[in-house]
Each structure stands twice: as C-alpha cells, then as structure tokens.
Design a binder for this molecule. Structure first.
Ligand code: NAD
Length: 479
C-alpha cells in the first residue's frame, strides 16, 4: 500500500515519529493508502522552509517573472489533469465529470493569477506639494492554508495560487479525508520550477497538524475553509499571534423562485445546486423558496427530477457520488432521522445503483417539502444531497426567510421582473447573488465569501490578491 509523505522544501519527508493516517476510498470504504500523521514539529519545519523562501529568491522574484512561472505551472497542471482527476476521484469519491472539472479549475486559478499579478498597482495620493505619497501592495510573508476535503484541488487553487502570485510562501494543511491530489500537485509544481520552500504541504489530523498551523507564531496570514466550529477555533488560535484570518465556512443558501419565473430553466439548476458533489459544497443551494401559487407544481416537477437521479460509485460517473466518509454519512442520516421523527414529508428520493459497492458511503438525494423555515433542517448546513422546499407568499416574506439563517454566502433569485431582480440583489444577505442562474459556472474571476457564520474575507478574482497582500503607505518629504 502506498504511503504518502509530507512535502517540505521540495522534498518528501515522513512524519517525525513515523505515524500515519489511513486513506479511504469513499466509493468502497476500503483503505487505499496512508498519509503522514504530522504535528507541531513538521509544521515548524514547513514554516521555517517557507520563511527561508520568502526571505530569499522567491520573495525577491519580480512580478513579471512570477507571472511567467505561474503560467508555466498552470500548463503543467493541465498536462497532468487526467492523473489529478483520477486521484481526486479515488480519494474524494468524485464522479468523473466533477473530478475532471476540478482538475481543470486548479489550472485556471494559476492561469488567472499569472495574468493578474503584474497588474496589481498601488496608488499615489494627492497631498501637500512638499510630499509624494504612494501605496505599495506587499505580500504578508508566510501564509497558512487549511483546506477541506470537499474540493481539495479547487480550494487549494483558490487560495494558494493567489497567495503565491502575490509573493507569499505557503504552508498547506489539507484535510485528512482527501489530500492525495494536493501532494501530487506539490510535486508537479516543484518539477516545473517552483523553488524550494515556496509551497509546503503537511498532512495529518485537524486537531494536531491543523491546530499547530493555526497557532504557529511564524505564520503571517491564515486562510481557512471548513466548518464554523473549526473556523472559530482557528480564529482564536490566530488571535493569540495577531494573525489575520480569512474564513469560508459554508452556508444554507436559498434559491427563491417567484411565480413569474422561467420554471423550465430553473428546475435543472435547482437540482444540480444540491446534488453536485453529493451536496458537499459550501455554496450548495440547500433551500428552495417557492411562491405559493406555483409551489405544488414546482415541488412535483422537482420530485420527478430527484426520482430520476442515479447515485453510485464515483468511477461510474453517477449524478450523485458517495459522501466523503462514514462520519459524514452518519451526520446526514441524523438530519434525515430528525425529518422523519418531526413529521417532515419526503417528496422524493433518488435511486441507488444496484452495483454500488456495499461498503461505500451512499446517500441518495432527498427532497423535503414544507419545511418550517425555523426548523433545524432549514437552518443548519447538512452538507449532503438534501433539499428543503419552503413555500412563501410575498417578496417581503421571501427576503425574511432567505435572510433568516446565521449564514450569508450565496443566494439565487428566479424572476422575470427587473425591479424585483435589482431589489433582491441588494436586500439578500449573501456574498454572491445570482439572478436567473446559480453559480454562473463558478468563474475564477468572481469574488467569493460570506458574512455571519459563512465567515469573512473574499477569495477569487482580484479581491483575493488584496486579501493576500497588505497595503503600505510611503510618504516622501522632498521640500
Ligand atoms: P472541519 O472544519 O473540522 O475540517 C476542515 C479542515 O480543518 C480540515 O483540513 C481539518 O483537518 C482542519 N481542522 C479540523 N480541526 C482543526 C483544528 N482544531 N484546527 C485547525 N484545523 C482543523 O470539517 P469536518 O469535520 O471535516 O466537517 C464537518 C462539517 O463542516 C461538515 O459536515 C460541513 O457541514 C462543514 N464543512 C464545510 C466545508 C465548506 O466548504 N464550507 C468543508 C468541509 C466541511
């Protein structure tokens, strides 16, 4: 069985005491590999390597040179896209189309930031004549990245490509449940010219390697994606060292369907927004608010789509693959039991492939109807393929329900009414609002992030470059 090591200073190294964590294929439940179970000492070595790179040639590289290198790295990732997709499929249980899309996306992040970094200008500020005042955008230094298991390639690309482009040196702690693709990415980047120490990957458990990274005094910025509870712990650990944090903590995102909407266009999008990646997507559209006049019609048409979905082994490219782990399956099942005991009706369920391996972590998509907006099922992130349908009467009520959770990440609105489109775009509490679509194909260019328990700070687009740099004001008095 393959045993994977940490990647520090462009070299492989085992955990200090040789401990490992099993890697499980979610489609079968079988152990397929082992990763290093690291802790404070491995994180310490990685931070040291990153600091050395930042203070050395990597930190001094001109933006145009970094841009050319990032473009080369993007092409190298594209050249290995099939291999990365295969690893991601095995490790994270991704259906083939999703795994391929994720492998393309990481290359696109490197391409986008390659093109952006030498256009990140400071400003000059009008001031009394005897002064010239300017602002400089400078990297933080050593950035820490705690990556979850739901989209390892994409979320790594989202934060690490921007951080590297901005000139930081990175220490990454991927999720113990899915990190094989990222170890391969690190090797590909090193083989194609990323200097030692610019990117270091340390694997292990969240409570050990993750906590050690969050608390390390040699880190200058932390980017975390995952649960609100862990986000809070990371924030507290970082606060002890006055380290700024960007948090992306998921959501309970609503799509609002008004009675004048183009229902034919909306239906497949509503379905996809909750079954993509088996619902394990921070921006999953997990609540659908439907205006009463069309409620029963839309629910019954959605139910038909749910019943037609196929759930099965990732390699068979089903509509819905397995959940990441037995633990995650247990969490989702608990929510469904609560629906059952609370008398919430199941409008439809999908089908499980007859040949889905019995050890896999499968949950077929479930459509729940008439879920009270304040019910736990309509308030908490289930992180599985479970959609809550909720009726509403007026625009006012729709906004109140949509904004009525502790989250604020993404919202979708389906209506032909131009005034309503603009009103809701402003009134919805979300970092991204989509009108007559959902996600806009997830473009790298679109700033992304939330408020409340969805976190704070923005990644993607140019905004990420502002986040991974800090502003310095320089005032020169020349008389
Ligand atoms: P988690 O937040 O605990 O894990 C995310 C990452 O944080 C992993 O890399 C993990 O190793 C690390 N981590 C865990 N504990 C840590 C600590 N004390 N200090 C530093 N890092 C730590 O998430 P989970 O337990 O895998 O999943 C729990 C729930 O979180 C899910 O059911 C889902 O609702 C949510 N979740 C959301 C996202 C998202 O994209 N928003 C991703 C994963 C999980």
């Amino acid at each position: 069985m393959t045993s994977y090591m940490n990647f520090i200073d462009n070299e492989w190294s085992a955990a200090y005491d040789g401990r490992t964590v099993d890697v499980v294929d979610p489609s079968t439940g079988e152990v397929i590999a082992q990763i290093a179970r690291s802790g404070g000492s491995e994180i310490g070595r990685a931070v040291q390597a990153a600091r050395h790179a930042f203070e050395g040639d990597w930190g001094r590289m001109a933006p145009a040179a970094r841009s050319r290198l990032m473009l080369r790295l993007s092409q190298a990732l594209l050249d290995h896209a099939d291999e990365l997709a295969a690893l991601e499929q095995k490790d994270a249980g991704k259906p083939t189309r999703q795994a391929r899309a994720d492998a393309q996306a990481i290359a696109r992040y490197f391409e986008f930031y390659a093109g952006a970094i030498d256009k990140l200008h400071g400003q000059t500020i009008p001031y009394p004549q005897e002064f010239t005042v300017m602002t400089l955008r400078e990297p933080h230094g050593v950035t820490g990245h705690i990556v979850p298991w739901n989209y390892p390639l994409q979320i790594f690309g989202r934060s690490v490509a921007a951080a590297l482009a901005a000139g930081n040196a990175c220490v990454v702690k991927p999720a113990e449940d899915a990190c094989l693709s990222l170890l391969r990415v690190a090797a590909i980047l090193a083989e194609n010219g990323l200097p030692p120490g610019a990117l270091n990957i340390v694997t292990g458990l969240g409570a050990e390697a993750g906590a050690a990274l969050a608390a390390h005094p040699g880190i200058d910025h932390i980017s975390f994606t995952g649960s609100p509870q862990t986000g809070q712990a990371v924030q507290q650990a970082a606060a002890a060292n006055f380290v700024p944090v960007t948090l992306e903590l998921g959501g309970k995102s609503p799509q609002i369907v008004f009675s004048d909407a183009d229902i034919d266009a909306a239906l497949p999008v509503l379905l996809n927004a909750i079954i993509q990646n088996a619902g394990q997507t921070c921006s999953a559209g997990s609540r659908v608010l439907i205006q009463r006049a069309i409620y029963s019609d839309v629910v019954s048409r959605l139910a038909e789509l749910f019943r037609a979905t196929r759930t099965g082994a990732a390699k068979d490219d089903p509509d819905c693959g397995p959940l990441i782990s037995a633990r995650q399956l247990g969490r989702v099942r608990e929510y469904l039991q609560e629906a059952d005991s609370g008398g919430i009706s199941i409008a439809a369920k999908g089908q499980l492939d007859a040949n889905a391996p019995s050890g896999g972590f499968y949950q077929v998509p479930v459509l729940l109807s008439d879920v009270p907006p304040e019910h736990r099922l309509a308030q908490e992130e289930i992180f599985g393929p479970v959609l809550c349908a909720i009726p509403f009467d007026t625009e006012e009520e729709a906004v109140r329900i949509a904004n009525g959770t502790p989250y604020g990440l993404v919202a979708g609105v389906w209506t032909q009414d131009g005034g309503r489109q603009l009103r809701l775009a402003r009134r919805l509490r979300a970092g991204q609002v989509f009108i007559n679509n959902y996600g806009a194909a997830g473009g790298v260019e679109l700033p992304f992030g939330g408020s409340g328990q969805s976190g704070y700070g923005r990644e993607k687009g140019f905004e990420a470059l502002y986040g991974f740099t800090q502003l310095k004001t320089v005032a020169i008095r020349h008389g």
